[in-house]
Design a binder for this molecule. Structure first.
Ligand code: F3S
Length: 418
């Protein structure tokens, strides 16, 4: 890779140890992926913030970098393992809290904003079209590439920190036009109404095409909440960092020759797959994966107005702290907290250390189902926001269960090359 004089100085350690280490990471990645040069990034989103994931080795690494490393561009953080202020309310153990706060302090020392949200685009980390950034957190990466039209690879925690401390990333992958072209035309022949329909679409598409870049046709409109749900789900179940929706998302793309069809049966089957049979009394209900928009909080307040969360149930609303502050100003927070539901600021039920505390999660997030099952060994119920609130209030899961589709007989016009 060709480096500028300034970049060579960074690599030689003339701008400090943290910068040197960061440049070594970026150059190694650049060599592996065949990048010709480094490019500037305008912002960074760092994932891997929970002490649950980092452990003492991670904390030590961050403390070392914090000795002389300082963020050179706007840098925000993904959720931590707890609400940084009200962690006791969420039942987080004291020794875990102490370590988690040390992690946050190390980031703050580096000039990183302790935003602790996976929806940085709701709180001011909002790159413009075609801008290069270095984000980690798969759903946010997919949102940046697909919905905002910015450009980012799916960074790991260390490479994102390296970009923060240098303002650079290696130019490969999603930063290059040729890798941003659609590879599969996905014809959607299903009715998509609510947020979980988009989560189910992401699941079904991810299972069919893996990490190829899809161009969806047949999705006429999508709200920001529906798009964030699709981003989280398709990145989780397929691994893609970018999709296009004709008439909805801003990137231009060539029309691919490979085609697949997503039918109503595919979407219904996805909902069935995300819901475990039995366990009709979920003990934790959690929404906000990715973190809630203010519009979702408004709807939750409407649904909870005058009601109470059933005794023995936990209802978590995972959210960025600034969005909660808007909810307080608007009066939504008062209504929600009066019901017994809890805001989980700065964290979520996936990165918080809650394994073993609950048996069954009810959620409107397809991504949550994946991690609840895999990381926390919970059973899952997947439904709409309304169904989740109803489960929190009544204590029972009474969502209309999508029926397992009969094996579809493909029509002649629907033969798809996969
Ligand atoms: Fe965000 Fe946690 Fe979901 S980090 S995307 S709420 S798993």
């Amino acid at each position: 890779m060709e480096l500028t004089a300034d970049e060579k100085e960074m690599l030689e350690g003339k701008q400090g140890n943290a910068v040197k280490k960061s440049m070594e990471i970026l150059c190694a990645l650049g060599e592996i992926y065949g990048a010709k040069r480094l490019i500037d990034v305008s912002s960074v989103q760092i994932a891997g913030v929970s002490y649950d994931n980092l452990g003492d080795a991670g904390l030590e690494y961050l403390s070392e970098l914090a000795k002389d490393g300082r963020a050179r561009v706007l840098t925000t953080l993904n959720p931590a393992g707890m609400d940084l202020e009200d962690w006791r309310k969420l039942g987080i153990p004291e020794d875990f809290a102490k370590k988690q706060l040390e992690v946050i302090d190390a980031f703050k020392k580096m000039g990183v904003i302790a935003s602790c949200t996976c929806t940085p685009y709701f709180i001011g980390n909002l790159p413009r079209y075609s801008e290069s950034v270095a984000w980690s957190e798969s759903s946010a990466v997919c949102f940046a590439n697909s919905v905002l039209g910015a450009r980012t690879n799916r960074e790991g925690g260390p490479s994102a920190i390296a970009s923060a401390l240098t303002g650079k990333t290696a130019e490969y992958g999603m930063h290059l036009d040729e890798n941003r072209q659609a590879q599969v035309l996905v014809k959607v022949r299903a009715k998509l109404r609510a947020v979980p329909d988009f989560g189910a679409l992401g699941y079904a598409t991810g299972k069919k095409i893996g990490n190829k870049v899809p161009l969806f046709v047949g999705v006429k409109r999508a709200s920001v909440e529906q798009l964030k749900s699709l981003c989280a789900s398709i990145a989780t179940y397929g691994g893609t960092a970018l999709f296009h929706i004709k008439g909805v998302t801003p990137n231009r793309t060539r029309k691919p020759t490979e085609e697949v069809i997503i039918t109503q049966n595919d979407v219904d089957d996805a909902k069935v797959a995300l819901t475990d049979a039995g366990y009709d009394e979920p003990d934790i209900i959690s929404v906000g994966c990715p973190h809630c928009s203010i519009n979702e909080v408004r709807r939750i307040a409407e649904l909870l107005d005058g009601k109470h969360v059933k005794e023995g149930k936990e209802f978590w609303i995972c959210i960025a702290r600034p969005i909660k502050q808007i909810a307080e100003q608007a009066g939504y927070a008062k209504t929600i907290e009066a019901s017994g539901a809890k805001f989980a600021c700065d964290t979520c039920m996936v990165v918080a250390p809650i394994k073993g505390r609950f048996k069954c999660l009810a959620t409107d997030s397809a991504k949550s189902c994946f991690y609840a099952r895999g990381k926390n060994a919970f059973k899952t119920k997947f439904g709409t926001l309304e169904e989740c609130v109803a489960a929190a209030v009544t204590g029972e899961w009474k969502a209309k269960q999508a029926k397992q589709a009969k094996p579809a007989q493909p029509k002649k016009t629907e033969t798809a090359a996969e």
